[in-house]
Design a protein around this ligand. Structure first.
Ligand code: NI
Length: 138
């Protein structure tokens, strides 16, 4: 029997209702197992050789009316100019921007850049997708 720990979390009612609906569709019988799977997925995505040179795309949606946010996003990318190959920005509507930043560098470095941006207030969603540079694949 694994050593189980009970924990609690606070979140918006709407968010929890949406979560319950989506996990029911995917066949989960209970919320705990769905959250355990999310945690495992997160842990796997954090694994790997931190020194391996990878390519990655950071996709994010943010509200450009959030004070200083656009400036901070640009500043972080300038600071990381050696790793940022390109960035594309589209205006989704009056408030929301979608930006994709294409990067290449050591795994740990790209994660740091992504975390700096994703943790900014006003960034609504974002994800770093890591892929190979292709050199190690035939
Ligand atoms: Ni925009």
């Amino acid at each position: 029997m694994p050593d189980l720990v009970r924990t609690g979390l606070s979140l918006e009612r709407d968010l929890l209702e949406q979560f319950d609906k989506t996990i029911a569709k995917r066949g989960y019988n209970n919320r705990s197992e769905a959250i355990r799977d999310l945690i495992r997925e997160h842990l796997i995505s954090e694994e790997g050789d931190q020194n391996r040179v990878i390519a990655g795309t950071l996709t994010m949606v943010y509200d450009h009316h959030q004070p200083n946010l656009t400036e901070r996003v640009v500043e972080i990318q300038h600071h990381a100019h050696a790793h940022v190959l390109a960035a594309t920005h589209v205006h989704l509507d009056h408030h929301n921007c979608l930006e994709v930043v294409i990067m290449k560098g050591r795994s740990a470095e790209l994660r740091t850049i992504a975390d700096q941006i994703l943790s900014l207030r006003g960034v609504k969603h974002g994800k770093l997708v890591i892929t190979t540079t292709g050199k190690d694949l035939k």
